[in-house]
Design a protein around this ligand. Structure first.
Ligand SMILES: Cc1cc2nc3c(=O)[nH]c(=O)nc-3n(C[C@H](O)[C@H](O)[C@H](O)COP(=O)(O)OP(=O)(O)OC[C@H]3O[C@@H](n4cnc5c(N)ncnc54)[C@H](O)[C@@H]3O)c2cc1C
Length: 386
């Protein structure tokens, strides 16, 4: 599908596809099985400029934009949903927030090393008792003379335990609920911070996920991003960007499951003919094709909107949530159908289908569950009464 991508966008898409097939695909099964996160792969992605799409040149970026980043994320996500996550950790979350809300000093300190993968990023909203309802978080940042003291625990944080810098959300005034939340850039080697990997999870084994504890962590005044109490607003801004990236990975997985299924259905014979000759298999493939194409169109439109915010009223939240919701459901549907189509080989860990099946489930949860996306979408249809 190509509806007028620029030469640069097409070039970056091919670059990401070639890279993913050449550098990630050969070891992806073994690394996932052994829960190996390979920092060298992230370094190579950085060297190719994958994490520079939204930052200006003065910070080492290439300003290729969200559509280019989306095309690349899809290609990496097709081969490895795990390494697809790195776009969010190195780029979408922290860089976008600092460019919009950060000081010049914060941009200079954090953006170049994230682009070059000299720093490894994470963003931390979720806690053990705080998922969808982020304003109920219990982590606190107490103002003291020369900064803040951070206390609390974060759960399910991607990039942990390897993060060197983190965008950490904490309450500066719990009484004020979401207006009492603030965001901080934190050096993750500061005294009082402990990062631990979550021992077992369903999938994304090459993408570490962990918990962080903050015990009396002293952070300087200039760690604050934006103003005190801006945290909720910043989180919503950030989630628009990280959801877009998640939607791109999901659309990539849906497409990959379709491609593998089409190939298998043409090769596998039963009852003396390729199984693609059976109408029920054709029905599966036709539905998978429509789902992944629809997911891709939604994510590409949302990415285009992000690059043209001034033309679309300044926000793309509805379209991003639609892309994230639909992409997640399409990925799970495609992986589920692929598992049925591959049958025993779909159930076998020697084939990639069961991996996509496990990884795809994450898209219905991360960056706000499918229910939360539907709430955001439906909010646009509720008429305000006087
Ligand atoms: C692999 C992985 C990586 C992650 N990475 C990060 C990360 O880097 N940073 C980070 O901060 N977090 C991260 N998370 C956490 C993720 O964002 C949360 O898990 C997610 O927001 C959902 O929160 P929860 O699991 O606590 O579910 P809950 O909020 O407890 O929801 C439970 C159920 O209730 C439903 N529900 C909740 N509220 C409503 C409502 N109002 N209406 C209808 N249904 C509702 C949900 O849809 C869900 O089905 C990650 C999670 C995973 C699994």
């Amino acid at each position: 599908m190509d509806f007028g991508f620029t030469e640069e966008q097409t070039m970056l898409q091919s670059l990401a596809r070639d890279f993913a097939q050449r550098e990630i695909a050969p070891t992806v099964e073994e690394d996932e099985r052994n829960h190996v996160y390979n920092a060298a792969i992230v370094k190579q992605m950085a060297e190719l400029g994958f994490f520079g799409c939204i930052a200006p040149e003065k910070y080492g970026g290439n300003e290729m934009g969200h559509l280019a980043a989306t095309l690349m994320t899809m290609e990496v996500g097709k081969e490895s949903p795990s390494y697809g996550v790195t776009f969010n950790l190195q780029m979408n979350a922290i860089q976008s927030v600092l460019l919009a809300f950060g000081t010049e000093e914060q941009c200079e300190r954090y953006i170049p090393p994230l682009i070059k993968a000299e720093d490894y990023g994470c963003f931390a909203l979720t806690e053990a008792d705080t998922g969808s309802d982020i304003a109920s978080m219990r982590s606190t940042a107490k103002e003291v003379d020369d900064g803040y003291i951070l206390n609390g625990n974060k759960m399910w944080i991607s990039g942990v335990p390897n993060a060197t810098v983190g965008l950490i959300y904490a309450m500066t005034d719990r009484e004020k609920k979401h207006r009492g939340m603030s965001a901080f850039m934190v050096e993750m080697n500061s005294p009082g911070i402990e990062q631990r990997a979550i021992a077992e999870k369903l999938g994304l084994h090459s993408s570490p996920t962990g918990e962080i504890s903050f015990e009396g962590v002293k952070i300087p005044r200039n760690a604050l991003v934006g103003k005190i109490g801006d945290g909720f607003k910043i989180a919503m801004f950030m989630l628009d960007r990280t959801r877009l990236s998640c939607a791109a990975r999901a659309a990539g997985v849906a497409e990959k499951c379709f491609d593998l299924s089409r190939q298998y259905a043409n090769e596998r014979t039963q009852f003396g003919q390729p199984i693609i000759q059976f109408q029920m298999i054709q029905d599966q493939l036709a539905r998978m094709w429509c789902e992944h194409e629809a997911a891709k169109l939604l994510v590409l439109r949302a990415a285009w909107m992000m690059d043209n915010l001034e033309k679309v009223g300044g926000r793309a939240t509805l379209h991003i949530s639609a892309a994230k919701y639909y992409g997640a459901e399409a990925a799970v549907m495609a992986a589920n159908e692929a598992t049925k189509l591959y049958a025993s080989y779909g159930y076998s860990a020697e084939y990639p289908i069961e991996r996509y099946y496990r990884d795809a489930k994450s898209y219905q949860i991360v960056e706000g569950t499918s229910n939360i996306q539907k709430i955001i979408i439906a909010r646009n249809f509720i008429e305000k009464k006087e």
